[in-house]
Design a protein around this ligand. Structure first.
Ligand SMILES: [Zn+2]
Length: 68
């Protein structure tokens, strides 16, 4: 059994899973210390995260006033 093919499939599934989990394209815009400021290039949401690569999920729906 070729292990490289299995490995390639595993990586591919991992990438798909990661993209599904994190659809946003975070761009670091500033921030000091632990919390960094990020802006989503996809939906324009601004969020803060301690993570190096941006928040886990899109904050697009958080903070928006509910439609009345
Ligand atoms: Zn977004």
């Amino acid at each position: 059994m070729p292990i490289t093919i299995l490995l390639a499939i595993a990586v591919f599934i991992g990438i798909l899973w990661y993209k599904r989990r994190n659809p946003c394209n975070w761009e670091r815009t500033g921030g000091h210390g632990t919390l960094k400021e990020f802006r989503c290039k996809t939906c324009g949401a601004v969020a803060y995260s301690a993570r190096y690569d941006g928040p886990e999920a899109c904050k697009k729906d958080i903070g928006d006033p509910p439609a009345l």
